[in-house]
Design a protein around this ligand. Sequence first.
Ligand SMILES: Cc1cc2nc3c(=O)[nH]c(=O)nc-3n(C[C@H](O)[C@H](O)[C@H](O)COP(=O)(O)OP(=O)(O)OC[C@H]3O[C@@H](n4cnc5c(N)ncnc54)[C@H](O)[C@@H]3O)c2cc1C
Length: 308
Amino acid sequence: MNDQDLRALSGKIIKNAPIGRKSWFGCGGDADMLYLPASVEDLSEFLNLWPLKEPLTVIGGLANTIIRDGGLRGATIQLGKALANITVMGERFIQAGCGANNANVAAAAVKAGIGGLEFLSGIPGSLGGALRMNAGAYGREMKDVLIGVSALDRSGRALRLSREALKMSYRHTDIAEDIIFTGAVLKGHAEDYETVKARMNDIKKKRNDTQPIKEFTGGSTFANPAPDELRRAGLPEGTRAWQVVEMVDGRGLMVGGAQMSEKHCNFMINTGSATAKDLEMLGEELRARARHKFGLTLHWEIKRIGAA
Ligand SMILES: Cc1cc2nc3c(=O)[nH]c(=O)nc-3n(C[C@H](O)[C@H](O)[C@H](O)COP(=O)(O)OP(=O)(O)OC[C@H]3O[C@@H](n4cnc5c(N)ncnc54)[C@H](O)[C@@H]3O)c2cc1C
């Protein structure tokens, strides 16, 4: 893509963008080029112009991602405020751009007397990230509330996909990595404002009590093991990832400036001086311990991207 092409686009280009430092972990490398599209059409145009052979990465709020210290090559796309519109439709539906903050989506639903979306209030990051991760909390996840998405493929072609097409499962959406979600329609139910608000406050309190939300963190480090994995490892049904971390003496464990939180031992934190390498090595140390002690493979829930 040449300078003339870039000038024809209306989005914002930031060269050597310090996205690692702006991630929830507060460390990691820069993006060679960060593109903040001005609209869906503008993003489509960008994708159409960006050569297929060049690297392309999409990020949301970076609440679930370690950017490795060497940073990201090629183009990095982040949907921001320009794609963050939220519209209430009737008594039960919310339509939102995938750059919208989850907390804002939850707040708009509560304000409109729509129940069932308040779990989003405690999930940091953007709607696009929540869709890709099938994010969830307190017994609900995105697949329970999603009607469908609009998206762009790698060449900028617009797509409409139903919830079924995304094949969502525990913290996973089974659709090509290069599909970019641009908007979604979510469904809740009509409910009294005060009742929904009370549930949202309850979520906030539970999070404050149990998670290190004031630290540099990325949420759950490892996904909970599947039932057959637990059976093979000889561990009781329902054993959670944090319990495995506990059983391999992971609570409080440190590598460089990275530490497994004392408050919630499946949350990894940057104590201030961690590099992305420290964080990743800490995770790998725990995976090695779980393999050695139980023959169990812990699966990273946190994405790790970029050059080491
Ligand atoms: C304190 C804390 C608490 C957390 N609690 C929870 C919890 O209870 N439940 C839970 O599920 N998660 C939790 N998380 C993790 C995180 O909030 C979620 O995974 C969230 O959905 C990540 O969204 P994001 O926009 O930050 O995504 P990012 O971290 O930026 O990206 C995550 C993935 O989504 C992809 N992606 C981002 N935007 C798009 C898009 N528009 N189109 C296609 N793909 C896209 C990226 O390529 C990447 O693969 C927590 C995190 C923190 C820091």
